[in-house]
Write a protein that binds this ligand. Structure first.
Ligand SMILES: [Zn+2]
Length: 676
């Protein structure tokens, strides 16, 4: 016990020590008493070849450097605001209130790159920026550039995003310290966190509405884990408890359309039954609450998270793992909401909002639930998000972005001149004035290998598949080295070779995706006799030796996916999915004379899987025959005549790769033609 305390103190004293070897995860839950699956250290797993290695390289070589140029240049504004404050001169703030937070996300992505490529230039660039940020910070620790430059009243309006900025500052700084051992960024974050503690710990009711876009909850728990200073956990819990603590009524700090359910403020979280309001705000709250639960073990919080998860994932999530059924709408309590959850099973395709950040935050919440429960279903959601609704946010090249990610695009479907259309685009663009999603996706791609494995008390869990090398330590401190080889998601075969393992038996847990019924596991060529169930972890317990080979063979059938009959918008329509990848048909693969709404799919269509290394960054297309309806009528309602169809040989492309061939129409769901 004494030794453990000493080790904690050593880590807490901001000294990187080999004894803290398992304390450098994306979240450091090594000592968290209520977490079943713990993080590996950042950098312990690295993609080596295949799908995620390619995406990591794209992030390293194109996406993240390009974002740096934007944020540091005259378009993205973010760095200029810090530089202006640091200079002590007067001037105008550029960009949005939340650009500070987005800039910190980009810094976080740079730090993850460094953890894996050890490029010293990254550290030098970050040091230069950190010095400027330090100078921009107010003497009392406050830091939010727009409010400072404009001389606005601190915490005068939730839309200033001050806590969002603080949250990303603290998260980015903790990761920087964890990976580099440097304290320059962490000192700024600590000063800011101490300021937050002084401001919010007294729980002034006037400030009780300031939970807006609460990235600070996750951040404060992580700062507690980094420093072992309990007051940061206490403050994180205060931010959770603030929910629903004040009447849902007008207040000068909250614009009318940001009240109540929009901001998850109508109901105390322990009483909440539904996922409500703005999805990013919601998911950051739920993910932060999961982090608090990991430390406190409060059952009422977990019960609420279970209910909320079921509401979000089982009744409000798209087949792509996306969330946010509408840009503008109303909650069940008639609170105006936007970029938000709507009613159960209300799932429009064309007008779906599905902000890239919302989809990513769904994966972040599920990763935390995976840690708490140790159940594969949470990993399934992470995977569904990553291959579909996260990755669609960036072009194959890495320089153009979607903010909203509908499941269908028709010509003229988006009118950017219409009031309220600010973030919807009909093709990816290099910059959107609301630029939160690109750095969020960048940091997620840069750190994804850290989500690919977890440590259980008895071994290791394989959460995500992809060519990689793992060099880590099990929770008992014994070394473990694995190599994973696979062409997943285009092929269902995964080969894991043990390079180094302790001599006593331990578990290797393999996530069997919910679509992968009939998966087969072999150990050194012999069939595994234990349970292999879709949607569960298969746990192989044995004494492992160097050279042992585990093979997992997942059947990669082309599946037609229908929705629950209560989803009116997809009645008698199907999506096509193979493995974890959802497919779409887009107009470059249709005759010019037809449009996307002419496309039908016969229920017995046989698709041929065709891997094309030089197409859309290297994807498997599904080649087959679609049916094009010829008889266009007119009028909002028309008398039905017998429909005429023309077969058309074409291909479906992965949804994430659509819109890389110019402006296009696209749909995931297609009406089904029955032959009977
Ligand atoms: Zn965003």
């Amino acid at each position: 016990m004494k030794l453990k305390k000493l080790l904690l103190a050593t880590c807490g004293a901001l000294v990187i020590n080999s004894a803290c070897a398992l304390e450098k995860g994306i979240v450091n839950n090594t000592d968290s008493p209520y977490i079943k699956l713990k993080s590996i250290n950042i950098g312990d797993a690295q993609w080596t070849e295949g799908f995620w290695a390619d995406k990591w390289k794209m992030a390293e070589q194109t996406m993240i450097p390009n974002l740096g140029e934007i944020f540091k240049g005259p378009v993205g504004f973010a760095y200029d605001n810090f530089k202006l404050l640091a200079s002590g001169k007067k001037g105008e703030a550029g960009g949005k209130y939340w650009h500070d937070g987005d800039f910190y996300k980009w810094m976080e992505s740079m730090t993850y790159l460094y953890a894996q490529n050890k490029d010293e230039k990254i550290l030098a660039e970050l040091d230069e920026i950190i010095a400027v940020i330090g100078k921009a910070q107010a003497d009392d620790g406050y830091l939010s550039t727009h409010v400072q430059i404009r001389g606005l009243k601190r915490y005068g309006n939730i839309h200033y995003h001050e806590l969002y900025n603080s949250g990303h500052l603290i998260t980015s700084a903790v990761i920087h310290h964890r990976i580099t051992g440097k304290t320059n960024f962490l000192k700024i974050a600590l000063k800011n966190a101490n300021f937050l503690y002084k401001t919010f710990q007294p729980q002034d009711p006037e400030l009780a509405r300031f939970g807006f876009n609460p990235s600070q909850i996750m951040a404060l728990v992580e700062l507690y884990r980094e420093t072992k200073e309990r007051k940061f956990l206490e403050l994180a819990e205060i931010f959770v408890n603030m929910r629903g603590s004040v009447p849902n009524e007008e207040h000068p700090s909250v614009a009318d359309h940001f009240r109540g359910d929009f901001n998850q403020m109508a109901t105390p979280i322990r009483e909440e039954k539904d996922a409500v309001g703005h999805v990013v705000l919601a998911m950051y709250l739920y993910a932060g609450t999961a982090d608090v639960y990991g430390e406190t073990g409060e059952q009422a919080l977990l019960d609420a998270l279970d209910r909320i998860w079921s509401s979000a994932v089982e009744r409000k999530m798209y087949v792509t793992g996306a969330m946010g059924q509408a840009h503008h709408g109303a909650s069940g309590k008639y609170d105006m909401v936007h970029e938000a959850f709507q009613e159960d099973y209300l799932m429009p395709n064309k007008t779906a909002y599905n902000e890239t950040c919302a989809n990513i935050s769904n994966a972040m919440f599920n990763w935390r639930m995976l840690g708490i429960k140790g159940e594969a279903k949470y990993g399934d959601v992470m995977e569904r998000v990553m291959y579909n609704s996260a990755l669609v946010g960036v072009s194959v090249e890495g320089k153009d972005f979607f903010y909203s990610n509908p499941l269908r695009m028709i010509e003229g479907g988006i009118d950017p001149t219409k009031k309220g259309v600010t973030t919807e685009r009909d093709e990816r663009v290099p910059y959107i004035p609301v630029f939160c999603c690109p750095p969020n996706l960048a940091r997620t791609l840069a750190k994804l290998s850290g989500w690919s494995y977890s440590l259980s008390k008895d071994g290791v869990a394989v959460n995500l598949y992809g060519g990689n090398k793992l060099n880590t330590k099990l929770v008992d401190g014994s070394a473990l080295s694995l190599t994973q080889e696979t062409n997943y998601p285009w092929d269902g075969k995964v080969k894991i070779t043990v390079n180094k393992a302790k001599s006593s038996p331990f578990d290797v847990m393999l996530r069997i995706p919910e679509w992968a019924e009939g998966s087969v596991i072999k150990i050194n060529g012999k069939a595994f006799s234990g349970k292999v169930e879709a949607g569960k972890f298969a746990t192989v317990i044995r004494k492992w030796s160097k050279g042992d080979v585990i093979t997992l063979d997942m059947p990669m059938e082309v599946n037609f996916i229908e929705g629950d009959p209560r989803i009116e918008e997809v009645r008698n329509q199907v999506a096509v999915q193979r493995g974890p990848v959802v497919y779409a048909i887009e107009s470059p693969d249709l005759p010019k004379s037809s449009d996307i709404l002419d496309v039908y799919l016969k229920e017995d269509t046989q698709f041929k899987v065709h891997y094309r290394p030089d197409f859309l960054g290297g994807v498997a297309t599904l080649d087959g025959t679609l049916m094009l309806r010829n008889d266009e009528g007119t009028g909002m309602y028309r008398k039905l005549k017998k429909a005429e169809f023309t077969p058309y040989e074409t291909k479906l492309v992965p949804y994430f790769a659509w819109s890389n061939r110019g402006k296009a129409e696209m749909t995931i769901f297609m009406p089904l033609m029955w032959d009977k």
